[in-house]
Design a protein around this ligand. Structure first.
Ligand code: AHR
Length: 540
């Protein structure tokens, strides 16, 4: 570790003292954008940013979170009645603050697998009259004090879109349709009036609805495990829900383990499928750093087949019988990665319900950075993504009765949301290899909607080597200039470092200096680090 501190110190020294000053510009004059921009040094990395490339919009909904009645995620996590740390409505203040600062754009609720036994009407109205139920999926009791209205209030507090998942297994299409009316109804009808009678005059306007969860999973409590059955039942759910509110956006189940499932959904339900759900947990085969990263990389490889599947159908559905009485899908189908995260089952290190509470270390944080770069790179086909889960269960925020802390994985989740810009700009990356399959430098770029700012998110996954990285720009014309604004980097003492109550292992580096070269600049990226390089694009 001494070596690492030395490297970081050296890096800071070079950045602060070694080069004249900031505010240096790259113009079309100092171009060096030949294909060998990487140079010939295998120890160095190079990034080519060609600003004439066509950017694509990144859905803001890829930065979401998921909460479920599972262990201490909701009860004892975001919600704890009677705790001195809670507001009068039961929301844990410290957790609320941490989740707010995570800035999720969308929150998915109430599950997960628990949707298969969840009946939304248990969680509305007078709290004292709500029936406690046995949580048949995860164990324990759901007292239903946190229900629909509390979820909506939580989303409002955070500034996130609510995303509700309906029960296909022990629920009915009519029950799901009534939930839509309770949330979104504006007329003088039973469920809209019921909401009003509970003190909510204005509709909740829930736009995003999931039809079931992992329905293909055989051991679950579900009944739609054959895709043909899912399609048959799914249509009935969608029809009754859309008849309540034709503007809602529907997520249907995909099944990454069986691409045929997704193909069939596309073939038969594409007129009403806004998002195809994919769940992905990095589950390292042997708990090593390399297998963790490889597990994320495997997901990377499956994107191409998923792209093919959702692109087999037209971007807009035109041929749709008016007798459906609601319009068909108007925009291209996108993926909903509505559960993603790291679930290291083989480590045996978890505690709590199903051993789902465990400490994420810095290696996990780097893997999260790799995931998020991957999402940005594939943002042409990702409509939304929600990290599973939010508090205590596979979570960035952990609690005890006395307090809470943010895990290492909180850092990349928050930083990507803070620094990434609206559009993805494809870039070229050459890098030394970490092993036979993986590169050490993993980078993506985002550009603002007005084209005036650029951010490169860059990971050095090498454990011990700082990597000199050359960034070369190809500017759109002689009138363009690029100004380096700052470098924000995050490191930790070791891959195994973890946070706990009162202890944060993550170091933040901020510099605005760099080493200028003819064609761009060269920067030493510390080992095992997550970085954001910010630039301003100016037109003279
Ligand atoms: O996030 C935990 C569980 O993982 C969810 O309930 C389920 O959908 C998935 O298998």
């Amino acid at each position: 570790m001494g070596k690492k501190i030395l490297l970081i110190t050296a890096f800071l020294f070079i950045c602060i003292a070694g080069f004249p000053d900031s505010g240096q510009f790259f113009t079309e004059g100092n171009k060096d954008t030949k294909p060998d921009y990487a140079g010939n040094n295998p120890e160095k990395a190079a990034i080519l940013v060609d600003l004439s490339q066509h950017p694509n919009a990144i859905s803001p909904l890829i930065y979401g979170q998921f909460i479920e009645f599972l262990g201490r995620c909701i009860d004892g996590g975001i919600y704890e009645e009677g705790s001195p740390l809670s507001e009068s409505n039961g929301f844990r203040k410290d957790v609320l603050q941490a989740v707010k600062e995570l800035k999720p754009t969308i929150i998915r609720f109430p599950g997960g697998t628990v949707t298969k036994i969840y009946h939304w009407e248990d969680g509305i109205g007078d709290e004292n009259k709500r029936p406690p139920r046995k949580n048949l999926i995860w164990g324990g009791i759901i007292d239903n004090h946190f229900g629909t209205a509390e979820f909506i209030e939580y989303c409002h507090e955070i500034g996130a879109e609510p995303f509700l998942v309906v029960n296909m297994a022990t629920g009915t299409p009519e029950e799901a349709s009534n939930w839509v009316e309770y949330c979104n109804g504006t007329g003088d009808t039973f469920y809209a009036n019921l909401r009003r009678s509970h003190g909510y005059e204005k509709p909740f306007n829930v736009k995003y609805w999931g039809i079931g969860n992992e329905e293909s999973a055989v051991p679950d409590a579900g009944k739609d495990q054959k895709v043909s059955k899912y399609i048959e039942d799914g249509w009935q759910f969608v029809k009754l829900m859309k008849l309540q509110d034709p503007t809602i956006k529907i997520t249907l189940d995909g099944n990454p383990a069986d691409l045929n499932w997704g193909r069939k959904i596309m073939a038969e339900m594409n007129p009403v499928c806004d998002f195809l759900s994919v769940h992905f947990y990095a589950m390292p085969a042997d708990s090593t750093y390399d297998s963790l990263l490889q597990s994320v990389e495997n997901f990377n490889q499956s994107f191409d087949s998923m792209r093919t599947i959702i692109r087999t159908v037209p971007g807009q559905v035109k041929d749709f019988s008016p007798w459906y009485r609601f319009p068909p899908r108007q925009n291209p189908v996108k993926l909903a990665i509505d559960e993603w995260g790291i679930w290291d089952m083989s480590s045996g290190k978890g505690t709590g319900t199903y051993q789902l509470e465990y400490l994420y270390n810095w290696a996990d944080a780097l893997a999260v950075g790799k995931f998020l770069n991957l999402f940005q790179r594939n943002s042409d086909i990702i409509g939304l993504a929600t990290w599973a889960q939010t508090v205590n269960v596979l979570a960035p925020v952990m609690t005890s009765k006395e307090g809470s802390f943010c895990q290492t994985v909180y850092t990349p989740l928050q930083a990507f949301r803070r620094y990434s810009l609206e559009n993805h700009l494809p870039i070229g990356v050459t890098s030394p290899l970490l092993n036979d399959n993986l590169k050490s430098i993993d980078a993506t770029a985002t550009i603002s909607a007005d084209g005036k700012e650029l951010v490169i998110s860059l990971l050095n996954l090498s454990v011990n080597e700082a990597i000199s990285t050359k960034v070369v720009f190809k500017l759109p014309g002689k009138n363009s200039q690029l100004q380096f604004l700052e470098h924000i980097g995050y490191t930790a003492p070791s891959l195994g470092s973890t946070n706990t109550f009162g202890k944060n292992c993550v170091n933040e580096i901020k510099t605005n200096q760099f080493q200028n070269s003819d064609s761009g600049f060269e920067i030493m990226i510390p080992p095992a680090s997550i970085n954001f390089l910010r630039f301003k694009i100016k037109t003279k």
